[in-house]
Design a protein around this ligand. Structure first.
Ligand SMILES: *Cc1c(COP(=O)(O)O)cnc(C)c1O
Length: 455
């Protein structure tokens, strides 16, 4: 059964308890028309059938991870109150929970003090981080690797900050020689270091970039939207693990609890090492901030209204699964990592396939072997469709020739990029399902290659 429903009983009990907090009010009972609700909900559930089966382990395509049941329950419970975390007037309890949850994320990165908050997602979080960076660097240039998230360039456009790309090495990490050349030849104010790229999960060489910072003066913003929680995992390659251990030395960090933190969408987080950057947010809202002298989250965030429910869900999840090494949360993330290592080994040991690079997190990118980039691309697309037809869902990634020329030296580059298959093994269950995934991939590959022979 894909849809877990047992936890709904827990929600009902919790709502009864919540109600006990409001018994001294004059009698008032909001009414519903169950029949009308039912009618629409039949339509809603029918419409929602039109989706890939994201929660199932046979879905291993895009970055989609089911929220933990505790996150769903806590979020749903909060909706009966619907707090707004802009100000304490709109969400007292949920604002306190947000501060606690965000402080726990900061501690995961080794920061005992910080300034930070939740926001809509990684893009919004990066926007805030680069806005502060621009303010502190006299609006100097921002650079990010060619494989950094595409929104950095656009964010800089919005902020009116100059932006430039730095080429990548064959592991899709920021190339240090190229970065040094940028630092020598232009006025770089901020380097965006990606801790887990969206396409391949590659981790930029943070320790070396920190060394360059002591030579050249620039800010470091770590985009750990995808990879941040891997800080807790003990089965990374040594180089990758070392990069994560240096995260406490950067100036700002973005991490998405709605990617690997078991949260529903709408939960990003931005953190600054220096709490005094809060001064840039200063504004004078005539509507809010009358209820107490305590910090209102709206005083330190660019967005105004924000869902308190997101904070409640995150707080509850961290309560059940604390962000500590060797805890259940870390163990589960380690399983995703292990599943990726397994899949990579199977691919590399199979003469029909080859990996695009060594996976650093839980994302594996690979393609069927063929003589040219064009042939590889059409085989990948064929395999993407054939596996989907057999109930196994991967994603597609287009990688530039420059990234693969080294590793795939025998390929004829008849086009500028190559389509590969990409798999985000984000669920811990993927580890137990990897044999089944492989069997289906094997069957689909035989069919695709057979059709190709015939064609
Ligand atoms: C997903 C992602 C983003 C964007 O985050 P959203 O939550 O989708 O807005 C930014 N950077 C990286 C590295 C990402 O993986």
């Amino acid at each position: 059964m894909l849809i877990e429903k047992e936890s709904l009983n827990v929600l009902r009990d919790a709502l009864e308890r919540l109600e006990e907090g409001f018994t001294d009010l004059p009698e008032y009972s909001p009414s519903v028309d169950p029949e009308a609700l039912q009618k629409v909900m039949v339509e809603v559930s029918n419409r929602m059938k039109d989706n890939f089966p994201y929660p199932h382990p046979m879905y291993c395509g895009q970055m989609l991870k089911p929220p933990h049941p505790i996150a769903r329950l806590a979020y749903a419970l909060a909706l009966w109150i619907n707090p707004n975390n802009h100000a304490l007037d709109g969400g007292r309890a949920s604002s306190a929970m947000e501060k606690e949850a965000v402080a726990e994320i900061a501690r995961m990165f080794g920061w005992e003090t910080h300034m930070g908050h939740l926001c809509g997602g990684g893009t919004m979080a990066n926007l805030e981080a680069l806005w502060i960076a621009g303010n502190l660097t006299s609006r100097k240039k921002v650079v990010a690797s060619k494989q950094a998230h595409y929104t950095h360039e656009r964010i800089c456009g919005v902020l009116g900050l100059p932006f430039d790309y730095v080429p990548c090495d064959s592991q899709a990490r920021m190339d240090l020689v190229a970065l040094k050349a940028r630092l020598d030849n232009s006025d770089v104010g901020t380097v965006v270091v990606t801790m887990g790229t969206t396409a391949t999960g590659s981790v930029d060489p943070l320790p070396e970039i920190l060394k360059l910072r002591s030579q050249y003066d620039f800010r470091i913003h770590a985009d750990a939207a995808y990879g941040g929680f891997f800080t807790l995992v003990d089965n990374l390659d040594p180089e990758t693990g070392t990069a994560f251990r240096h995260l406490n030395e950067v100036d700002s960090i973005v991490v998405d609890p709605h990617k690997h933190g078991l949260q529903p969408y709408g939960c990003g987080c931005v953190l600054f090492k220096d709490p005094s950057v809060g001064r840039f947010y200063k504004h004078d809202s005539p509507y809010t901030y009358f209820s107490s002298k305590e910090l209102h989250l709206g005083e330190i965030s660019l967005e105004c209204s924000r869902p308190g429910a997101s904070a409640v869900a995150l707080w509850a999840t961290q309560r059940l699964l604390p962000l500590v090494p060797q805890g259940q949360f870390a163990d589960d993330l380690g399983k995703s990592r292990k599943a990726a290592i397994r899949l990579y080994e199977m691919i590399e040991n199979d003469p029909r396939f080859r990996a695009a690079m060594i996976p650093e997190l839980d994302i594996v990118v690979w393609a069927p072997k063929a003589e040219s980039a064009g042939k590889i691309s059409s085989l990948s697309k064929g395999l993407f469709e054939e596996t989907a037809a057999q109930g196994l869902h991967f994603a597609i990634a287009n990688l530039p020739a420059s990234l693969l020329k080294h590793r795939w030296s025998d390929v004829e580059w008849d086009q500028e990029d190559v389509t590969c298959l990409r798999s985000c093994l984000m669920k811990p269950e993927h580890l137990d399902w990897i044999e089944r995934i492989w069997q289906t991939l094997d069957k689909a590959t035989k069919r695709v290659l057979h059709q190709q022979c015939k064609g």
